[in-house]
Design a protein around this ligand. Structure first.
Ligand SMILES: Nc1ncnc2c1ncn2[C@@H]1O[C@H](COP(=O)(O)OP(=O)(O)OP(=O)(O)O)[C@@H](O)[C@H]1O
Length: 859
């Protein structure tokens, strides 16, 4: 190490402590990366890899760099790809020290702590989590660094169960206290980044007052990690909220995805989701709050009704609602502004936005009060206008400050006497210069004479070369000759220059000092701002709910203690809007205390999934406090929703469709309670018919006998409809379709009883499969139907048994069959094809291709 230059030694020392991160090492106007970091980063960021001499006579070391002013984009790229970046700054002024300047890591940006950037969606929370494991439960603490929102909850079950919760919250980075190989592997396979804090330290007691003792360990862990990576004030981190799962409706990550609550199945985007439909909020805070509510709908009737009362009142108060939206439009993202103030990254513009937002609070309060409806006047009383902070910002911050805090114009004139004096000097100086320009033009008679400025020569008088001869050498000293112009100075100009520049420099310095003082004074008011943000964002969402209820004719749901569920003329809120709403066929759903399981049959495409989803979405909407898409909804309070819907292969985690289906079913069955809602769409379709059917039946029986949850089960196995006779809680319903001139017509209407046929080939016709295939399928269907006719009368169990007995016969073409078993003669399709082959009209190549095809089929 001693052979390297002092600077590289300094680099290596700092890198030693930050092995897990790319070290961005500040060198003048650049951040440089060296050694392995440089090789990897240059390829990820697609920047040039160079090298530099690191010691006399030693071979060159790899290096790459990015300009400091555009570093944010590069840092963001690395972090979004799952890496960490340690930012190492020069912490001394190079002008003031001899030799090597001191450097320190001032911040570590990680995937869980990235708060700013082009790819950071301000309408979402970005949580980082920390887990503390106990014997039978795990504690998960999570914080959104940008807004300071902090929560903690306990997850009963296995260590892996925590990841379901973390996934639902879209957490990317998890902090652990110590290494745990098995868990880490499991988490990494699911794309979580695992980190460990190296610092000690206790979390501020005021932040964990609401937490039980064990949960404090998780909060401490995350606190340490944030301290270690941010190295700045974290005053905006709010006291950890203890999430009581008994108070919320839990929806695991799979179900969130299956129901397309906030992310679509197709491409993980907002498009086509319930969130997109409901997000008619005005502010980014409101959009964030709505998303949070979708993650954690309530399970407390009183709290739900509190929200619904407000929506109710807002629907009535049409004009007030409109006026509120206008006011909310002028409110900036208070939570993120508070975060920037605490972390010392707020600019003058940010403070101006905060001030401008606060100026709208009194009008909002007034509008709510004037309604004289208790649901809204009580909200008005909760809005704190933050007068002292607003006054400070009104007095100190200019109307429209520049983007950079190092530029002139952040502090308002009149706020500080000394600043005013310096500004006067510099501004007067400028007026004096304009005056001088006029005088010099008159004196010399040169009309286009100009006073200019550059950093090397300071102020100068500039004339064209042609006019240079008119300048009296005794008065004007020649300073610089350019292609077309000559530059001069005078004694008088030099004297004034010193005054002007001094005043300007001092005023900028003082302005910056004053600005940072105002920013830290604002810090004392962060909690008030966060409280205000909380209430305003809530108001924003409720206004949105009122708008939606009115626009789409939603109704207020009612609740009761039991588990019966009545939805009259229910609609799927998203599908309804994607099509001509007039064409959407509303459907009832009736689950009673004595019959709370539906087995849904019906053709493909008839609307089984849509129907099941609309029931779940109605419950979610009701429990976030929104009106719901139906004519009437009388609902139980649901504690958990589990779904097994669709066939979204989890290719990323290498799970097969069937395996996914079984894992989701397992999770649902082991976690559901009698107050849960289960949606199982075509369970068992990913395996052979009889395996699938048996699994589906066994699951239904288990849910029926052991769990008792409200359940909707759809299937294409018509055999299962006979279960209605054995399972008292189960009822058959079907989605109606009919045939017209050989085509299927979907009626999308759910009716009692089982479907009588499946229309699969009709649906294939709709998909425009070749006519020859459809005809052949039709023939086969007739054949199968006549074969199975004799089976119609027997039960599922008997039928499965019979088919199992027949299995060897079906395999006889491929395998050696025990000669004692009866062999049923069947012709393999290949045999028939060989017979029909027109060999004389085939080329050798075609024959070879044919052979290859058969071989593929055979295998
Ligand atoms: N109630 C309805 N009113 C009008 N159109 C509907 C209704 N329900 C469903 N649809 C339409 O039918 C399409 C198919 O619905 P869905 O996917 O629910 O059918 P499915 O029975 O679950 O099909 P599969 O068995 O093939 O999965 C939907 O995309 C929608 O366009």
């Amino acid at each position: 190490m001693t052979t390297y230059t002092p600077m590289i030694q300094q680099y290596l020392q700092i890198k030693q402590a930050h092995k897990e991160a790319f070290l961005f090492f500040r060198l003048g106007d650049f951040y440089e990366l060296f050694f392995d970091d440089a090789i990897r980063a240059s390829s990820i960021l697609e920047i040039t890899l160079t090298s530099r001499e690191a010691a006399k006579g030693k071979e060159r070391i790899p290096m790459c760099g990015v300009p400091y002013h555009s570093a944010t984009n590069y840092i963001e790229t690395l972090v979004q790809k799952g890496y960490k970046v340690a930012i190492c700054e020069q912490v001394e002024d190079p002008k003031e020290v001899k030799g090597l300047v001191k450097r320190e890591v001032v911040k570590i940006v990680t995937p869980g702590t990235l708060t700013e950037g082009k790819t950071v969606d301000a309408t979402s929370h970005h949580f980082i989590g920390a887990i503390h494991f106990e014997a039978t439960a795990s504690y998960l603490a999570y914080v959104d660094l940008a807004t300071g929102i902090a929560k903690c909850e306990v997850i009963q079950g296995t260590k892996e169960d925590v990841l379901h919760v973390a996934d639902a919250l879209q957490i990317r980075e998890l902090v652990l206290a110590e290494q745990d190989d098995a868990f880490e592997k499991y988490a990494k396979d699911r794309h979580f980044l695992i980190s460990f804090p190296t610092m000690d330290g206790e979390v501020k007691p005021s932040l964990v007052e609401a937490l039980p003792k064990m949960a404090v360990d998780a909060a401490t862990l995350i606190w340490r990690y944030l301290q270690e990576t941010q190295k700045t004030s974290l005053d905006h981190i709010q006291p950890f909220e203890w999430v009581e799962r008994a108070e919320t409706l839990t929806i695991d990550a799979n179900s969130m995805r299956n129901l397309e609550l906030v992310r679509s199945i197709r491409n993980n985007s907002k498009e086509g989701t319930l969130y997109e439909l409901l997000d008619v909020t005005t502010t980014a805070m409101g959009a964030r709050k709505l998303k949070m509510w979708l993650h954690e709908p309530l399970a407390n009737e009183r709290l739900i009704n509190e929200r619904l009362d407000r929506v109710d009142a807002l629907i009535e108060a049409y004009f007030t609602r409109d006026a509120l939206k206008k006011e909310l439009k002028s409110v900036y993202d208070l939570e993120r502004l508070a975060g920037r103030i605490a972390m010392g990254s707020a600019s003058g513009r940010d403070l101006a936005q905060l001030r401008d937002s606060l100026q709208h609070v009194p009008a909002i309060t007034q509008l709510l009060r004037e309604t004289e409806v208790p649901a809204l006047t009580s909200l008005a009383e909760q809005l704190n206008p933050c007068i002292p902070l607003r006054t400070l910002l009104e007095e100190a911050i200019a109307q429209t400050p520049p983007i950079s805090v190092k530029e002139e114009g952040t502090i308002r004139d009149g706020y500080d006497e000394q600043l005013d004096r310096l500004r006067d000097a510099s501004r007067n100086g400028k007026t004096w210069l304009q005056q001088l320009e006029r005088e010099e033009r008159e004196k010399t008679g040169i009309k286009n004479l100009k006073i200019g400025y550059n950093r090397i020569f300071g102020y100068f008088i500039e004339v064209t070369r042609a006019n240079a001869a008119l300048m009296d050498e005794a008065r004007y000293e020649r300073k610089q000759t350019l292609a077309n112009t000559e530059r001069f100075i005078t004694e008088e100009l030099k004297e004034k220059e010193a005054l002007i520049l001094n005043a300007e420099e001092q005023s900028l310095e003082l302005e910056y000092t004053l600005f940072t003082k105002v920013r830290s004074e604002s810090q004392a008011h962060i909690q008030e701002v966060q409280q205000l943000a909380h209430h305003l964002s809530e108001l924003d969402v409720l206004v949105a709910f009122a708008d939606l209820a009115e626009r789409y004719h939603y109704v207020r749901p009612t609740f009761h203690e039991g588990r019966a569920l009545t939805i009259t003329n229910g609609r799927h809120p998203v599908v309804e809007q994607m099509m001509d709403a007039q064409l959407y066929v509303p459907n009832d759903c009736e689950l009673t205390e004595s019959s709370n399981m539906l087995l849904i049959t019906g053709p493909n495409m008839s609307g089984k999934s849509t129907y099941m989803r609309q029931v779940a979405l109605t419950i979610v909407m009701a429990q976030i406090g929104s009106y719901v898409p139906c004519d009437r909804a009388h609902l139980p309070i649901t504690d958990q929703i589990f779904t097994r819907i669709g066939a979204a292969d989890d290719l990323a985690s290498g799970q097969s469709t069937f395996m996914m289906e079984m894992m989701e079913s397992q999770y649902a069955i082991t976690h559901a309670s009698p107050r849960s809602l289960l949606l199982f769409d075509e369970i068992g379709r990913g395996t052979s018919t009889y395996d699938g059917m048996s699994l589906a039946q066994a699951m239904m029986e288990y849910i029926h006998d052991e769990i008792g949850a409200n359940t909707l089960f759809s299937t294409h196995y018509h055999e299962l409809t006979s279960l209605e006779q054995n399972l008292s809680q189960l009822r058959n319903v079907h989605v109606q379709a009919t045939e017209q001139d050989g085509d299927v017509v979907f009626l999308h209407k759910v009716a009692p009883g089982a479907a009588d046929r499946s229309y699969g080939i009709h649906v294939a016709k709709l998909a425009k499969l070749p006519e020859s295939i459809l005809t052949r399928a039709g023939e086969l269907l007739t054949q199968f139907e006549s074969d199975t006719q004799s089976l119609e009368e027997i039960s599922t169990e008997q039928r499965i048994e019979k088919v199992i007995q027949e299995q060897p016969a079906q395999l006889s073409f491929f395998e050696e069959v025990d000669k004692k078993e009866p062999v049923i003669e069947t012709k393999h399709p290949v045999e028939e094809e060989i017979q029909q082959l027109d060999l004389l009209n085939m080329t050798p190549l075609e024959a070879l291709q044919q052979l290859a095809e058969w071989q593929k089929k055979w295998r």
